[in-house]
Design a protein around this ligand. Structure first.
Ligand code: PEP
Ligand code: MG
Length: 888
């Protein structure tokens, strides 16, 4: 026979904390607290099975539920010494919902149940406070009428307003007993008129009505939406907890409040929370009165008396119970309590929500105390939340006026004047002013502007668009794909949320949430506390995969090393041509119409590249550096048509027509599927020979300078045919021999490829014959596997997400079933040919915790991500190792 009802109270309980599935979070923890001998008002919980039965059987309750509830009520009466429905010493109860996962405010609750025309008098006598008793009764009628009888709130508001007007009272608190009686009469008449029936006086009928209403609330529209958003299955159902009422509003010596066992914002090991003397829980929620702090330190600067002073004995008791609960659950607890005439009652406890900073501090402190293992401490931190600590963020308690939204492309927040061109961003920076660069999208020509701006906002593009990738690399906040914002670059205005903002007006962007905000907001600077470092050390001890960074500038490389990167997994050499002088050299090469001009440009670029590589090798000394040969289509380096073309022509001393002609030659319908990567290298081998020579010369010089051997990893992008790679490798080898001869010294180097096209994955065994390592370029591999553009897919992928067609954006988290299969296949086939082949990932997924977990299952040797994500990846890799170990 199924047991539907589980009792708790008096030091005993039918269930335990492990019964969340059956008793809901609230019911299970109440049972556990009762077993621990803590003072919980006794009661019973109707299991979630009853809810499932209710919906599986046309909204009818199980046959024997009524009998079990009667028995439980009987037990409750014996325990409390009160009688349900009795006129003299009534047992009053609350009827609360309780899902396995907390669904705050989504389901219904009824308080003060059991009150009727007779028991209200008994409550008035017992409390010595008739106004309180009648107020409780009218609250009950109001709550019951709306939750159980389905009447509209406004009906009752009107009645109260009328009584207040007649009596000249302005606040509910000014109403006296007789007024409340008048309100109650008014309520009862209104109910009778609306429903053609009387408000139920029989507590049994009240209870039954409330239980069914709570069960029905499981399917109310807001609960359904909440479940969809939080992936809570409908089949879980809610439990219903019936608990004897305690009152925090019985006058002096009574109170109600919430306590966290530690400060949820900082993690500091001090009781933290609020309480309201002489109040019921809903008064705290309603925010009519300002709650008092619990402790003196919390009270500083306020004249509200803390509980520590107002109720010193009860406070000490609360502190002791809080400590016991935390030690027992081995987690930060969020506790609801009520003090009824000097007696402390605990109404609920659950794991407390906390900031990223607090989460780290608490986990480290608990592990150091031996309450949890280091592995458990690592598991408890959400790796993605670490990014909050690595970038400035908006101060949590300021008002935000959101004027637009887009994709949260690069975390952190920044404030500045709106600028619409990179040139303006530079001008502002030169005059010591801060800017936010607002553009439809960005291109390599905007790098200087992106550098100069504090943050970037684009109206097009996804989370792997140029703006997003570059901003993440720079550690700058970025919002991309803010499609509802209209930019008029000519008029220098942007239209958003019904406002027109002109260049020079100040906005703030929150790249963590994807929100565009009006004005300047105060920021909190990143702080890497000792606990953060400790946690990282523990992660390093456990993780199997190495973590490298995607970096090409000395600043990026230094940041990456500072965050613990173990090498560079991707140096995108094309990004080294962003500054003006380099861009000019690159343009001279592209526009050269004779060998001499072309050779001069190559010589200039070789010197620049050599200097870059030398600096990188010095910074990353002792660690591997993967240098990727030039990748993007050449047209990206030509000036935009119009004024820029004229200026470039002038600077290079050539006819603007030549530039226009060359741009036309290079024009492609699908440039990302066009002449880029290895294809470009095959068309212009002299370019990659220049790069190889620059790399080898830098290796030689770095070796001489530092006395340490450098072994560069030269990486060829976008390979599909094995012969493409062979063609390039042969040329690299020839350059190596030449440099070795020039220097009279030996060079060690690796040549490998990116696996970023399906054909490369399929032919990985053949490609591995010339490739000493594979690095999965999952940005392009995702693009080419799906056949969707990584730059423009944001709009419809968002629609897919919203409509539930996909669960995750494949450009953020690896699509394990499709792209993941290619990775598995390539790893396996590559290892068959070359068992010691090094396998890594350098697409944006390398910094995404869920994708990192996948990389562990494939057995990759390292992940590489933007410098600011290195700590995220270190923790995610440790969690991935722990998860894999648990699997085995
Ligand atoms: C990739 O395609 O995943 C990659 C890392 O290269 P890029 O983003 O430069 O194309
Ligand atoms: Mg790529």
């Amino acid at each position: 026979m199924t047991n539907w009802v589980y009792t708790f109270g008096g030091g005993k309980a039918d269930g335990t904390a492990r019964d969340r599935d059956r008793l809901g979070g609230k019911g299970a923890n109440l049972a556990e607290m009762a077993r621990l001998g803590l003072p919980v008002p006794p009661g019973f919980t109707i299991a979630t099975d009853a809810c499932r039965h209710f919906y599986a059987n046309g909204r009818t309750l199980p046959d024997n539920l009524q009998r079990e509830v009667q028995e439980a009520l009987g037990a409750l009466e014996r325990l409390t010494g009160k009688t349900f429905g009795d006129g003299d010493d009534p047992l009053l109860v609350s009827v609360r919902s309780g899902s396995r996962e907390s669904m705050p405010g989504m389901l219904d609750t009824v308080l003060n149940l059991g009150l009727n025309d007779k028991s209200v008098e008994a409550l008035a006598r017992a409390s010595g406070n008739p106004a309180f008793a009648y107020d409780s009764y009218r609250r009950f009628i109001q709550m019951y009428a709306s939750v159980v009888l389905g009447l509209d709130h406004s009906l009752f508001e009107e009645i109260i307003d009328r009584v207040k007007e007649e009596s000249g009272a302005t606040r509910d608190g000014d109403l006296k007993v007789d007024h409340w009686r008048g309100v109650i009469d008014g309520y009862k008449i209104a109910i009778a008129e609306e429903l053609d029936e009387q408000f139920p006086q029989d507590p049994g009928e009240q209870l039954w009505g409330a239980i069914q209403a709570v069960l029905k609330s499981w399917m109310n529209p807001r609960a359904v939406t909440f479940r969809t958003l939080h992936n809570i299955p409908e089949g879980w159902g809610t439990a219903v907890t019936v608990q004897s009422m305690v009152f925090g509003n019985m006058g002096e010596g009574s109170a109600t409040g919430v306590a966290f066992t530690r400060d949820p914002a900082t993690g500091e090991d001090n009781l933290y929370g609020e309480f309201l003397p002489n109040a019921q829980g809903e008064d705290v929620v309603a925010g009519i009165r300002t709650p008092h702090p619990l402790t003196k330190p919390q009270a500083h600067g306020s004249d509200l008396v803390p509980m520590e002073d107002a109720m010193p004995v009860t406070f000490q008791e609360l502190k002791e119970f809080a400590r016991r609960l935390e030690n027992h659950f081995r987690e930060l607890q969020d506790i609801e309590f009520t003090v009824q005439a000097g007696k402390l009652w605990l109404l609920q406890t659950r794991d407390g929500k906390r900031s990223a900073r607090a989460a780290i501090r608490i986990a480290v402190a608990m592990a150091e105390k031996g309450l949890i293992s280091k592995a458990e401490a690592l598991r408890r931190i959400d790796p993605a939340s670490l990014e909050q600590l690595l970038h400035p963020t908006i101060s949590p308690d300021v008002e935000r006026i959101v004027i637009g939204r887009g994709l949260a492309a690069s975390p952190g927040a920044a404030t500045g004047e709106i600028v619409f061109t990179s040139e303006e961003a530079e001008q502002l920076r030169a005059s010591g002013r801060k800017s936010i660069l607002v553009r439809p999208e960005t291109s390599p020509e905007d790098i200087h502007g992106m550098h100069a701006a504090e943050g970037i906002l684009t109206t097009h593009g996804g989370t792997t668009s140029h703006a997003a990738v570059v901003a993440r690399g720079m550690g700058k906040p970025c919002i991309s794909g803010a499609g509802a914002i209209r930019i008029n670059t000519e008029k220098r205005v942007m239209l958003t949320g019904g406002r027109t903002l002109t260049a020079g007006e100040v906005i703030t962007i929150d790249g963590t949430r994807g929100e565009v905000l009006l004005g300047a907001l105060p920021m909190v600077q990143p702080e890497l506390s000792g606990d953060f470092a400790t946690l990282m050390d523990w992660a390093d001890d456990i993780r199997r995969m190495k973590v490298r960074a995607n970096a090409e500038t000395p600043e990026d490389a230094l940041t990456a090393r500072g965050f613990g990167a173990e090498g560079i997994g991707l140096c995108r050499t094309e990004r080294m041509f962003n500054d003006e002088e380099r861009l000019r050299a690159m343009r001279s090469f592209i526009l050269a119409d004779n060998n001499q001009a072309r050779d001069e440009a190559l010589t200039a670029m070789q010197a620049m590249q050599k200097a870059d590589f030398l600096e990188l090798f010095e910074i990353m000394r002792g660690l591997p550096v993967t240098i990727r040969l030039f990748d993007p289509p050449l047209h990206e380096f030509l000036p935009r048509p119009g004024r820029e073309t004229e200026q470039t022509a002038q600077a290079l001393g050539i006819d603007p027509e030549r530039i226009r002609q060359r741009a036309e030659d290079l024009h492609e319908v699908n440039p990302m599927l066009g002449n880029r990567g290895v294809r470009l290298a095959i068309c212009y081998p002299e370019f990659i020979e220049m790069q190889a020579r620059a790399i080898f010369q830098a290796v030689m010089e770095a070796g001489e300078k530092t006395g340490e051997k450098v072994v560069p990893e030269i990486m060829v992008p976008l390979v599909a045919y094995e012969r493409e790679l062979k063609f390039i490798k042969d040329r690299i080898d020839i350059v190596a021999v030449a440099v070795m001869e020039e220097w009279g010294a030996k060079l060690d180097y690796l040549v490998g490829t990116m696996i970023e096209l399906p054909r490369a994955a399929i032919r990985a065994d053949k490609i591995a014959e010339s490739s000493e390592f594979f690095s999965f370029g999952t940005n392009d591999l995702t693009q080419s596997t799906f056949g969707i553009s990584r730059d423009d897919s944001g709009l419809y992928l968002n629609e897919y997400l919203r409509k539930g067609v996909i669960d995750r954006d494949p450009f953020i988290t690896i699509d394990v079933d499709g792209v993941g299969e290619f990775i598995h296949m390539a790893a396996e086939r590559g290892q068959k040919t070359r068992p010691d082949i090094t396998l890594g990932i350098c697409g944006e997924h390398g910094g995404d915790p869920a994708s990192i977990a996948f990389c562990e299952t494939v057995g990759l040797h390292y992940v590489s991500c933007s410098p600011y994500r290195v700590p995220v990846a270190r923790l995610a890799a440790a969690q991935a190792t722990l998860a894999e170990r648990a699997e085995q």
